[in-house]
Design a protein around this ligand. Structure first.
Ligand SMILES: Nc1ncnc2c1ncn2[C@@H]1O[C@H](COP(=O)(O)OP(=O)(O)OP(=O)(O)O)[C@@H](O)[C@H]1O
Length: 236
């Protein structure tokens, strides 16, 4: 993990596009290694488009962006898998392989990202399952786990390669409030250990309870609670 003082993510005068359509224009922000940042905005305001640009699923066509040491304007297609090893990506839909055990789901990712030593693979899988509190899940199939447990496996999978930042798109969206609370606490623990977190959410409760920095997509701009008075009333 990188504990240097350089921001883990820096975006300068960037415009985020979906095809030819600008979704967010002239956005500027940086995220430091220790930070936990909420990303909010009404449906269709550009949260997912911004996150997709940050993990190079959408090209950065205008402005500058640097994340975990990679330039989003200069990155080559062949480098994108390496970028994604240093970023943990978590979506609302769990996207585990339904026909493989939890161990197989996790070892698949490690092998696909260059791990070859069977003992090290076994150890790393144990470590991440301990971290998310799911040691007993190793041999289970995804359908044998609850929604909250499956989301914990997804978080474990995102942690496998010790990312510098987690990008999470509505990670608690499909979960009961109690279960969502547990998942949120897990994100806080991960953050306390030194991983930056940028989390898109519609969850008002979280925003009220936890006074983390907020980035808000609004009218094609990105407002930053460090610089602006950002409202998160009932209509975001
Ligand atoms: N694959 C796509 N192709 C073209 N336009 C898209 C695509 N995905 C999203 N858009 C458009 O880009 C804009 C921003 O959408 P985006 O999904 O980033 O919003 P969001 O804030 O994440 O919304 P939500 O809260 O509903 O997830 C919307 O106008 C949307 O219609």
């Amino acid at each position: 993990m990188d504990f240097s003082t350089k921001p883990v993510l820096q975006v300068t005068q960037a415009t985020i596009y979906q095809g030819d359509n600008p979704v967010l224009t002239d956005i500027n922000f940086a995220v430091e290694q220790h930070e936990f940042v909420f990303l909010i905005g009404r449906t269709g305001s550009g949260k997912s488009s911004l996150l997709k640009t940050l993990y190079a699923d959408l090209p950065l066509q205008s402005g500058l962006g640097e994340i975990v040491g990679y330039s989003l304007t200069k990155i080559k297609n062949s480098e994108i898998p390496y970028l994604r090893r240093k970023i943990g990506i978590i979506f609302q839909d769990f996207q585990l392989f339904s026909d493989r055990t939890i161990r197989e789901n996790l070892s698949f990712v490690l092998k696909a990202t260059g791990w070859t030593d069977a003992a090290k693979i076994k150890d790393r899988i144990s470590e991440v399952l301990i971290q998310v509190g799911l040691t007993e899940a190793l041999q289970k199939m995804p359908h044998q786990l609850s929604g909250g447990e499956q989301q914990r496996v997804v978080i474990a999978r995102a942690l496998l390669n010790e990312p510098s930042i987690l990008l999470a798109d509505e990670p608690t969206g499909n979960l009961d409030p109690d279960v969502a609370d547990g998942i949120f606490k897990l994100f806080q623990e991960i953050n306390k250990k030194g991983t930056a977190i940028l989390m898109a959410t519609h969850n008002h409760e979280l925003l009220r309870k936890f006074p983390y920095r907020v980035l808000k997509c609004e009218n094609g701009k990105l407002l930053d609670s460090q610089l602006h008075n950002v409202s998160f009333g009932s209509s975001f």
